[in-house]
Design a protein around this ligand. Structure first.
Ligand code: NAD
Length: 265
């Protein structure tokens, strides 16, 4: 119940890591905005799980988390701003922004099209930039503090051949976080990156269906397994809570040790 009374928006939360984060934040007592681009059924499933969790009481404090779904394409600045505005209108405020939505496109560097470059950068970096800006304006207007958590990747540090735009977007996210930690610190707004390694979600469908590649990857992971959305969500819940009030500008890896043991196959 670390987040009772808080309102959180998680972008791209109709499946995968985003869905796991929504469920964990709701378990901690937050009201949650579930954003989806094109799969309302995934968002509705997430919402049903939030509502089904029911009310909880802890040490004489009771709360029932509520969810709200909003369609928005994070690749469009207009839709990003509308998403934040609608979230605030629905719940009356926003305390926590989790920039989770992200995409990747596979191609050798010399074959990357401008359209694919723009698609990755618009969702993974430009959308994050303007979602964060709109959230910060709301906090300034209402004279409140808040927490921003970006779902980055081990690839904000680790090269990933054939995914250069993705790596550039996550590397950009790393410096966005460092810069804003300094610029927003005096306002009491914290910002941190959570950087997953290999998590079992739909983004990795091809890998999960390739036993040879999967086996080689698992050999690189000291803890010997893929991560689950809950592994990422528990860290996000901590960073969103008052327990993390003195933490800003950092990246936290959730990768079973992969980063320090990685060998290109
Ligand atoms: P996923 O493909 O299962 O989920 C991505 C989510 O983003 C989906 O809900 C999708 O609808 C949403 N999304 C994509 N484009 C969008 C858009 N234009 N507008 C709104 N929503 C959009 O992948 P995931 O593994 O859950 O990834 C979540 C985040 O975690 C991403 O930022 C990804 O880069 C990062 N990440 C994942 C892994 C992993 O191994 N799964 C590793 C490192 C980082």
């Amino acid at each position: 119940m670390k987040l009772a009374g808080k309102v959180a928006l998680v972008t791209g939360s109709s499946q995968g890591i985003g869905q796991g984060i929504v469920l964990r934040l709701a378990q901690e007592g937050a009201d949650v905005v579930i954003n989806y681009r094109s799969h309302p059924e995934g968002a509705e499933e997430t919402l049903a799980k939030v509502e089904a969790a029911g009310g909880k009481c802890y040490m004489a404090q009771c709360s029932q988390s509520h969810g709200y779904t909003v369609q928005a394409d994070l690749g469009s600045v207009d839709e990003v701003q509308q998403l934040i505005t609608e979230s605030i209108q629905h719940f009356g405020k926003l305390d926590i922004l989790v920039n989770n939505a992200g995409i990747e496109k596979h191609a050798p560097f010399w074959e990357v099209s401008e359209a694919d470059y723009d698609a990755v950068m618009n969702v993974n970096l430009k959308g994050v930039f303007f979602a964060t800006q709109t959230f910060v304006k709301h906090l300034l207007e209402t004279k409140r503090t808040g927490k921003i958590i970006n779902i980055s990747s081990v690839h904000e540090e680790l090269p990933f051949p054939n995914f250069t735009a993705y790596c550039a977007s996550k590397g950009g996210m790393k410096m966005l976080t460092r810069n804003l930690a300094v610029e927003l610190g005096s306002l009491g707004i914290t910002i941190n990156n959570v950087a997953p390694g290999a998590i079992e979600t739909p983004i990795n469908t091809k890998l999960l269906n390739n036993p040879e590649k999967l086996g080689a990857l698992l050999q690189n992971i000291p803890l010997g397994r893929l991560g689950q959305p809950q592994d990422v969500a528990s860290l996000v819940a901590f960073l969103a809570s008052a327990d993390a009030n003195y933490i800003t500008g950092s990246t936290f890896f959730v990768d079973g040790g992969l980063l320090w043991n990685y060998q290109e196959q």
